[in-house]
Write a protein that binds this ligand. Structure first.
Ligand SMILES: NC(=O)c1ccc[n+]([C@@H]2O[C@H](COP(=O)([O-])OP(=O)(O)OC[C@H]3O[C@@H](n4cnc5c(N)ncnc54)[C@H](OP(=O)(O)O)[C@@H]3O)[C@@H](O)[C@H]2O)c1
Length: 344
């Protein structure tokens, strides 16, 4: 039997349900994964409110990504995959003890990296790496502003930017400032005047801003760029509790960014979407994902990237994990574990 967590509709975290059903058999091209670690992403906060950009129909099993061990493979899949630890980006379905995944979507986890540690950088690592290296193309000596530097994506982005040789200014609430300073980040409080705080540190502006907040503050992010700088917008956290579909705020953001990008002022503005190109150029999408997640996991295996784990809870305690992730007090990623997969 497998155990999975079902999101039945728009509910509070306590409305998540635990369900059981027989283990499925992999079809051609598929692998069955025994989940060791999955996580709570901001996307699940949006999905339980019915406000995710690509909202799945209820009921469904949430879980944006997972790390686990291949237990069975379907016809046409290399039998040597059995027993290997792999990571997969799923968008939904990860909050399950076992999951069928297309074998072509699996990325191998290097030896020596635990499932929990690897899980912190699946969706977070791909997102951070691609924004940093494929969109903003950050180089050594530059200065960047990372909003939400305590969050899952943010804390990964901070480290990858530092590894690229950049100086990082990070916004977070005051409770996280000591930890950010210890990590070599200059903290600012996102509840204060962001423009004034950043200009006090970088009077000429910054080379890149990574903004998942959206709303009126996006203009400040744009104005903080120096000539040649890049704004990468990738979310709209500030509109989480608004009414209506989750698409409106994103489409509004994209419109503003496209307009700003055409202005002849030497700055660039983009919206980053992790899933861009998946349906049109699936093979290319998979190649890039494999290369980028592979690069992030290699940094972790080499000890240069540290997993930011906010908490570990067993899968059956998903409701508690979600409440914690939504408490706006945590640093790093809240992890849900399968059997015998904790970092302890
Ligand atoms: N475009 C893409 O392809 C893509 C891919 C992955 C993620 N994302 C986006 O990346 C962002 C971070 O995701 P995550 O999984 O890393 O989330 P997370 O771990 O839950 O972290 C969320 C971060 O956002 C901050 N935050 C939450 N609500 C906020 C608000 N109303 N105003 C300002 N800051 C707020 C949090 O600060 P506090 O702790 O102070 O609340 C925290 O730093 C989300 O907006 C998500 O949608 C986008």
């Amino acid at each position: 039997m497998l155990i999975e967590i079902v999101l039945p509709g728009v509910v509070e975290p306590d409305g998540l349900q635990v369900a059981r059903r027989p283990l499925p058999t992999p079809a051609a091209g598929q692998a069955l994964i025994r989940m060791e670690a999955t996580g709570v992403s901001f996307a699940e906060q949006q999905m339980r409110r019915g406000r995710y950009y690509d909202q799945p129909a209820y009921p469904f099993v949430p879980g944006y990504d997972l790390v686990g061990t291949v237990t069975e493979v379907g016809p046409g899949v290399d039998a040597g995959l059995r027993g290997r630890r792999v990571a997969a980006l799923t968008k939904i379905g990860g909050w399950s003890s076992h999951l069928l995944v297309e074998a072509a979507d699996l990325v191998e986890v290097p030896a020596g990296v635990s499932a929990v540690d690897a899980e912190t950088v699946v969706v977070n690592g791909i997102t951070a790496w691609q924004m940093l290296h494929r969109k903003a193309r950050v180089r050594a000596g530059q200065t960047v502003l990372v909003h939400g530097a305590n969050g899952g994506v943010g804390s990964t982005l901070v480290q990858l930017a530092q590894l690229a040789g950049a100086t990082v200014i990070g916004s977070a609430s005051a409770r996280h400032h000591d930890a950010l300073r210890a990590a070599g980040v200059t903290p600012i409080d996102y509840r204060g005047d962001i423009g004034a705080q950043v200009r006090a540190i970088a009077p000429d502006g910054v080379d890149a801003v990574f903004d998942h907040i959206g709303g009126p503050g996006l203009m400040t992010s744009w104005q903080l760029l120096r000539r040649g700088g890049t704004l990468v917008s990738y979310g709209s956290a500030s509109t989480l509790d608004d009414a209506g579909s989750g698409q409106g705020p994103i489409l509004k953001l994209v419109g503003r960014l496209m307009l700003w990008n055409t202005l002849p002022n030497g700055r660039h503005a983009y919206f980053y979407n992790l899933w861009a190109g998946r349906t049109i150029t699936k093979a290319k999408f998979r190649r890039r994902l494999r290369a980028d997640l592979g690069a992030v996991l290699a940094e972790m295996a080499a000890g240069r990237l540290t997993a930011q784990v906010a908490a570990e809870l067993p899968l059956a305690r998903a409701a508690e994990a979600m409440r914690l992730a939504e408490s706006r007090t945590v640093a790093g990623k809240v992890i849900l574990t399968g059997e015998s997969s904790t970092n302890e």
